[in-house]
Ligand binder design. Structure first.
Ligand SMILES: [Cu+2]
Length: 150
């Protein structure tokens, strides 16, 4: 437990039904990552707290390499979960000050109190996606939001 807290964030990966994770990633996602110029990336910052995401909506631009900064300014741990958004972004990596993770797909990001993590991604589909914190009771207290890819 102590080690997990030092890492500062957690990523929950899940194999998708019907095949391996790698086989489910569309080839255009890998092409978008290969073509991305990260020196021109945009930065989108979301602050998590009791019990809100700010801003909401969180706005991205389709096809633009983006660093999504998830900053937990609260005193509790919070989750950043948006199943449909997660399925429609190409992920380069997720990092914190303690290291980085390279994974093509995951289902939730947990940020511990006072910690920050960065997710390098390319949004691949326009749309409006629901966002919520899945810690028990948090969504009911209003910890929900919206993601818009324009
Ligand atoms: Cu929460």
């Amino acid at each position: 437990m102590r080690k997990a807290l030092q890492v500062g964030f957690a990523i929950l990966a899940a194999a998708m039904a019907g095949g391996s994770v790698g086989a489910e990633i569309p080839s255009e996602f890998n092409k978008a990552l290969a073509a991305a110029d990260w020196s021109k990336m945009e930065t989108v910052t979301v602050t998590l707290s009791e019990y809100a995401f700010s801003p909401s909506p969180v706005v991205f631009r389709e096809g633009v390499p983006t660093k999504l900064v998830l900053r937990n300014a609260g005193s509790e741990h919070h989750y950043f979960v948006s199943a449909e958004f997660f399925r429609n972004v190409a992920t380069r990596k997720v990092q914190s000050s303690d290291g980085e993770v390279k994974a093509p797909y995951f289902t939730a990001v947990e940020v511990y109190a006072g910690k920050t993590m960065e997710w390098f991604l390319v949004p691949m589909k326009k749309g409006t996606f629901d966002l919520l914190c899945t810690v028990k009771g948090h969504a009911e207290h209003g910890m929900k939001g919206t993601i818009e890819v324009r």
